[in-house]
Design a protein around this ligand. Structure first.
Ligand code: TXA
Ligand code: MG
Length: 342
């Protein structure tokens, strides 16, 4: 299939924005930039287009999509029984990297929500994303624009690697600033619950939701047989071809441990301060204690391990507070929950 490449770096690139919207209006699927990661978008009201997203990504049918909107009022089209706290969260964190799960309206097709009675909604801050949604005049369902199981794409090049020839168009825009996917919370359960950590942190959310719970799947592998609240949490995710082992410990201990593992195909996925003492090849994903930088480089670092011939990579675990919790959550999945505590 012929994939169009559309260069759109600002909301003023009107001609190309129109082209992207035309493709979406006619049932096409288009990769668009957002501030978190690139998304693979389709008209949320067009079931055929939604099914094409699942096919292009190889996505399991039971994993629902996030619906992206450009105006807060669109909430009324997509959701019912909206609690006051949803509006408080929207006023505080939208536009931005927060996804809110609410009871679904009848209008939205079941294909988007994988048959669940709830819908995940987000209003992105990326101006190109919002301009495209506005030009369409309908909300866009969009999962991350990677092949299922691969690290999420934080640049147009990552999308090209995974989906060129499989989708109608790819918007060429800036790299995603945040670098990890949005924070996902549900307001459709008895108590508000964090399902996926992101740049909007538990500390931020507790200003509006003092009784916020953190789903156990954020930190650890769901127990067999336990129903996970967010279907995406049960998959081994973000996996590069190399085996990843997450290593928790300070810098000297990490360096000693990794050097003791030296051998063919052995890599470190480390902080810049670890690098000079390592006796194995390495990929750096940020400075020590700069969790924001670690988040923005994590997925490209995982892809870089693939482009080298890494067989196993020992990853230095981040601190678990602030956005570090999101980095830890992605890494522990990349590592299929294999953690070494030093
Ligand atoms: O930052 C992001 O959220 C990016 C950009 C493109 O917006 N999108 C993204 O989509 O990460 P995706 O499909 O890769 O992840 C969506 C997650 C999945 O874990 C899915 O299971 C969960 O959100 N989800 C979606 N709808 C849900 C629902 N109704 N109930 C529970 N979990 C839901
Ligand atoms: Mg994804």
């Amino acid at each position: 299939m012929d994939t169009k490449l559309l260069k759109i770096t600002s909301s003023k690139d009107t001609e190309q924005i129109k082209t992207a919207a035309e493709i979406l209006k006619s049932g096409g699927i288009v990769a668009i930039p957002t501030e978190t990661v690139y998304g693979l978008a389709a008209n949320a009201y067009n079931t055929k287009a939604i099914q094409r997203i699942f096919a292009a990504k190889g996505r399991p049918q039971d994993n629902p999509l996030i619906v992206h909107i450009a105006e807060k009022d669109t909430l009324y089209e997509l959701a019912v029984d909206i609690p006051e706290t949803a509006f408080a969260l929207a006023d505080r964190f939208w536009p931005g990297p927060l996804t809110i799960i609410l009871k679904k309206s009848q209008k939205l097709p079941d294909s988007v929500t994988a048959g669940l009675g709830t819908v995940a909604i987000r209003l992105p801050s990326n101006e190109v994303a919002r301009a495209i949604i506005k030009m369409c005049g309908f909300p866009l369902a969009a999962p991350s624009a990677n092949l299922s199981g691969r690290p999420s794409p934080t640049s147009a090049e990552h999308v090209i690697m995974d989906l060129y020839g499989k989708i109608d168009a790819i918007v060429l825009s800036d790299n995603s600033e945040v670098g990890v996917e949005s924070t996902v919370i549900t307001l459709a359960s008895d108590r508000p619950r964090l399902l996926r950590p992101g740049a909007v942190t538990p500390e931020d959310l507790r200003q509006i939701l003092p009784d916020l719970q953190i789903d156990p799947a954020v930190f650890a592998e769901p127990e067999p047989g336990v129903k996970v609240q967010s279907p995406g949490m049960k998959y081994k995710h973000y996996s590069p071809k190399a085996k990843i082992v997450l290593v928790e410990g300070n810098s000297p201990d990490f360096i000693r441990f990794v050097n003791s593992k030296k051998g063919p195909g052995v890599y470190a996925l480390c902080f810049s301060d670890d690098a000079q003492f390592l006796e194995v090849p390495y990929v750096i994903y940020g400075k020590t204690a700069d969790e924001k930088e670690q988040a923005s480089h994590l997925f490209s670092a995982l892809r870089e391990l693939d482009s080298k011939s890494a067989k196993i990579a020992y990853a230095h675990a981040p601190k678990k507070d602030g956005i570090g919790l999101a980095v830890y959550n992605r890494l522990i999945r990349a590592a299929a929950f294999e953690v070494v505590r030093l």
